[in-house]
Design a binder for this molecule. Structure first.
Ligand SMILES: [Ca+2]
Ligand SMILES: [Ca+2]
Length: 389
């Protein structure tokens, strides 16, 4: 019936999606063979190392994070000169440091609250809440409320991404603290905020609470903020806005890059251990005879003959290119290629590469707007929308 065999794009052939009776592969609605050519349409240029793009619910504007500390707005197709927020004097800008994440409160239209994650001048990560000002295109810098500090023993592997889950909780990506090989064992330790996604409740309007159903809530030997563990540097993660599935792209050490998917219907990876530094991808790391029992394996991985650092993206749920529904896009930062797959019945299907989506430079991130359309960010300064040709 359906053909779920991975079909890699052949260089030189037309970039096209060919889905043959995809309903046999998983949860997507039936669709006949379709063919859509997609490419990139620049929406902003001249940015300084853009590394995140998001928007409040229902808001047609694009909010783009620049690594050096500014949040810029694209409104009605134009990049506004004045930043929405300027933290450039508060941010460390070393290689993996900077303003790293931005998320708008699900109730932003009524409470004006949003959250950033940045490397402070000591190199520690700060998760800070801000509020909008009377001018919708400018935040109120005086509204800053520090929610959480994640102390960093080394300058790299800072995670930094922020996203609200379908449960309304704020998820925070946190790396293993850095250096190489996780010398402090932070990936497997449960009593620190490193090497995990964190999950906190910010709905009270000030500070945060630990959700009672967090896996280690109330335990004395673990941090209640942890949602999972065993991550090395979950630089980018996202939720499928239709299914709630959680996609975590975890940057590898020197051999393997991986993407983990936790089905929303199966609990979203509550308490999952993704293996680092016992394992790197599906191979043993710290000890060649490692015990992988109890560890969650990646759904997709590739080795360093194909890249060096995985950049997680999003599942397409926009309206402009219906044929892309359910396809998760990701990239390699160093090589700049863009690939996709669909997650169906616990595995990756319809894997392919998209040469026409490679922006030509390093890809630090993707973006998703309020309508579910996706963007590819080029570290050189251009942000482009994925469009049908
Ligand atoms: Ca830890
Ligand atoms: Ca892993």
């Amino acid at each position: 019936m359906g053909n779920c065999t991975a079909m890699w794009h052949r260089p030189g052939a037309a970039v096209a999606i060919v889905l043959a009776s995809s309903f046999a592969c998983g949860s997507e609605p039936p669709s006949g063979p379709v063919e859509t050519v997609i490419g990139l349409e620049p929406v902003a240029t001249g940015l300084t190392f853009p590394l995140a793009l998001t928007a409040p619910t229902g808001d047609p504007r694009l909010f783009i994070v620049e690594k050096d500390g500014r949040v810029r707005i694209v409104r009605d197709g134009a990049l506004l000169e004045r930043p929405f927020l300027d933290l450039s004097t508060a941010v460390s800008r070393g290689s993996e440091q900077g303003l790293l994440g931005l998320a708008f409160d699900p109730a932003y239209s009524s409470n004006g609250r949003f959250y950033v994650n940045y490397s402070d001048l000591e190199g520690h990560n700060r998760i800070v809440a801000y509020r909008a000002s009377g001018d919708p295109d400018v935040a109120d810098p005086a509204s800053a409320e520090l929610l959480l500090t994640i102390e960093q023993p080394f300058s790299n592997h800072n995670g930094g991404h922020l996203a609200f889950g379908p449960d309304g909780y704020l998820y925070i990506g946190s790396g293993d603290g850095g250096s190489g090989g996780d010398p402090q064992g932070n990936g497997q330790d449960r009593d620190d905020l490193l090497g995990s996604l964190l999950r906190i409740d910010v709905s009270g309007g000030h500070g945060y609470e630990i959700p009672l159903d967090n896996p280690f809530a109330g335990m004395t030997d673990a941090r209640g903020e942890l949602w999972n563990l065993g991550l090395r540097n979950p630089w980018r993660f996202s939720f499928d806005r239709r299914t709630g599935d959680l996609y975590i792209a975890d940057v590898g050490q020197s051999a393997r890059e991986e993407i983990n998917v936790a089905a929303g219907a199966a609990g979203g990876g509550h308490g999952a251990n993704y293996g680092w530094n016992i394992m790197e991808g599906s191979t043993c790391f710290a000890d060649s005879g490692c015990d992988a029992s109890g560890l969650t394996s990646p759904v997709v991985e590739y080795d360093h003959s194909e890249g060096c650092s995985v950049t997680g993206g999003y599942v397409y749920r926009g309206a402009a290119i219906p044929e892309l529904a359910g396809h998760y896009f990701y990239a390699d930062f160093c090589e700049g290629w863009v690939r996709s797959f669909r997650f169906a019945n616990g595995e990756a299907v319809d894997e392919r590469e998209w040469p026409d989506l490679a922006p030509g430079g390093q890809v630090p991130s993707f973006g998703e707007d309020a309508a579910g359309e996706l963007y590819v960010l080029d570290a050189g300064g251009t942000v482009s929308r994925i469009v049908a040709r």
